[in-house]
Design a protein around this ligand. Structure first.
Ligand code: TNX
Length: 549
């Protein structure tokens, strides 16, 4: 105080200047210190409420995880926790029933919190995670991981460390937070798919949309139709680049056996991620037609596509056998994905060229009293939707399923912009938003495309994703409630391996995770970018190949 008064009494300009220079570093020191403190807690996606408390919890004493309730799903989560801590702390951790004890960790469930919600509290002597359900506890653990040193991610022995005391209340904004992966244009091994699922976990996505069939390959074993994989899973060669006209002369293919599918489904389920399988119809079906040519309008012969695009040969809806085939396929799919409430049946980019020429299709149009081939498309989708409904599930389709009238319980995935989604929501249908401008992660993320790996085109960077709102402004509250959430799609025409997958989705999925999980009033791009500096340390520790631009 005296010092300041003395300063104020100094008259000469020189003295004032000298004093200013003297005090400047002090000022900066205090600002930086404050910034450091704010940055200390960096969590993506941003929680609903986060309160830093003084002090820390030391992991030295952590050797028991208490479970507040005896529940198989919670035990699962406790096991995840045990297996993540044990190798790093270098001692055994027991899982026991109980409400917690000093120096330990407790996991519990309080259904009043709601699905996927959690409270995470770290104080000097206890880590507590209470979830609305086991999924909530699991997401709480993902948050906890971001409070641990990044090296923890390496899963190797570390000295005991401090976890900052904190109180977090959190729940997702949207129930549907999806990531899609096309395994048809290029095939990814079981371990790669599991690694992709790990990326979803880290960013609190809960849906994996698995695009399993397309023109360039049928990738799932169907016992009743072995040719689907014997023939349909392989192509003779692949076009180079963007349909350059030149081919690589290398046979390419692969598929997942039903055992492998079950293994991946269990892996995802264990991590509270639902897999929605996509079986494309009526278009993008050349691989299936190559195996069973009688299901196409011309009868073939067909071959598995070797280039990208949209093909005229699609399933023939004039032929009863087509529906018998697809229903049998769906029967096996339902058994393989028992927990998915949805089957995605594609519906996109299905040219009407063959149908217009096909006698059987013309008969179908006449006998069913349909106006044209657009209504024939809708007949196709509605018939499959009814069948899938009889199996206790409902369909999702790309926004083309609006064509000629929407099936009763269809959920629309809006990809050609937001218009399809807006129309569907106004008609009272559920909607998942993935407009290609924002949600197509096969697009470039830098304008310097020369120095980027070949991509589909476009330009979608984190900032664009971050400023996107999944709820279009022209929907009223009731219509807006139909938007279940959003999804990023990863089409793999130009993506050949896991390394490249990581590059295309990281860190864009971090930006999308905040859009889908966090409350809109908590979104701040500048803060997000700062937090990203921290998250990339975790990416580094896991050895991820992420985009640095
Ligand atoms: C459109 S999105 C497609 C895919 C392509 C993708 C390339 C959609 C329903 N169909 O078949 O791979 O564009 O970005």
């Amino acid at each position: 105080k005296f010092f300041i008064l003395w300063c104020l009494n100094i008259n000469t300009r020189l003295m004032k200047k000298a004093l200013f220079l003297l005090l400047l570093p002090l000022f900066f020191f205090s600002c930086n210190h404050k910034a450091d403190k704010e940055q200390e807690i960096s969590i993506i996606p941003q929680p609903v409420n986060l309160k830093k408390i003084s002090g820390s919890f030391n992991t030295d004493s952590l050797n028991v995880i208490f479970m507040g309730v005896d529940q198989a799903a919670l035990f699962n989560v406790a096991m995840h926790c045990k297996t993540m801590f044990e190798p790093v702390l270098g001692h055994k951790i027991e899982i026991v029933k109980g409400t917690g004890k000093s120096g330990q960790m407790v996991l519990d469930i309080d259904p009043d919190l709601g699905s996927e919600a959690y409270l995470l509290t770290v104080n000097n002597n206890l880590i507590s995670i209470i979830g609305g359900d086991a999924a909530g506890v699991f997401w709480g653990i993902q948050t906890l991981k971001q409070l641990l040193p990044p090296d923890f991610e390496k899963g190797i022995r570390m000295d005991a460390f401090d976890i900052p005391c904190i109180a977090i209340e959190d729940e997702p904004r949207f129930v549907y937070r999806g990531m899609h992966l096309d395994v048809c244009r290029h095939f990814f091994a079981v371990e790669d798919v599991k690694s992709y699922i790990d990326l979803l976990v880290l960013h609190k996505f809960n849906i994996f949309h698995w695009h399993l069939t397309d023109d360039q390959g049928w990738r799932i074993e169907i016992k009743k139709y072995p040719l689907l994989t014997e023939i349909g899973a392989y192509r003779d060669e692949t076009v180079i680049g963007r349909n350059s006209g030149e081919y690589d002369s290398k046979p390419y293919g692969g598929y997942y056996t039903q055992e492998e599918i079950k293994d991946i489904v269990a892996y995802a389920e264990d991590r509270f991620i639902t897999i929605i399988p996509e079986i494309e119809m009526p278009g993008h079906s050349l691989a299936a037609l190559a195996a069973y040519p009688e299901l196409g309008c011309t009868g073939g012969p067909y071959s598995v596509a070797t280039k990208w695009g949209v093909f005229d040969d699609v399933f023939c809806p004039g032929n009863e056998e087509t529906f018998e085939f697809l229903e049998n396929v769906i029967d096996e799919i339902c058994l393989l994905f028992p927990n998915s409430p949805y089957i995605h049946i594609g519906g996109d980019e299905s040219p009407k060229t063959r149908w217009l020429q096909c006698e059987k299709c013309k008969n179908r149009i006449e006998n069913e009293g349909l106006a044209d081939t657009h209504e024939l498309q809708s007949y196709f989708i509605k018939r499959m939707a009814d069948y899938i409904k009889s199996k206790g599930k409902s369909i999702i389709g790309w926004d083309e399923i609006l064509e000629g009238g929407l099936a009763n319980n269809a959920t629309v995935m809006s990809w050609r912009g937001e218009e399809g989604g807006i129309a569907a929501a106004k008609m009272g249908h559920d909607v998942i938003m993935c407009p290609n401008e924002v949600c197509y992660f096969d697009h470039y993320q830098s304008k310097d495309t020369e120095n980027e790996p070949l991509a589909f085109g476009g330009f979608t960077d984190c900032e664009k994703i971050y400023s996107w709102s999944p709820i279009p402004s022209d929907l009223n509250e009731n219509q807006a409630s139909r938007i279940l959430g959003g999804q990023a799609n990863l089409w793999t025409e130009y993506i050949l391996d896991l390394d490249h997958i990581e590059y295309m989705v990281l860190p864009r999925m971090a930006a999308l995770s905040e859009v889908l999980w966090s409350q809109p009033d908590k979104l701040n791009y500048d803060i997000f970018v700062k937090k990203l500096q921290n998250l990339t340390k975790y990416y580094d520790a896991r050895g991820y190949n992420y985009a640095k631009n």
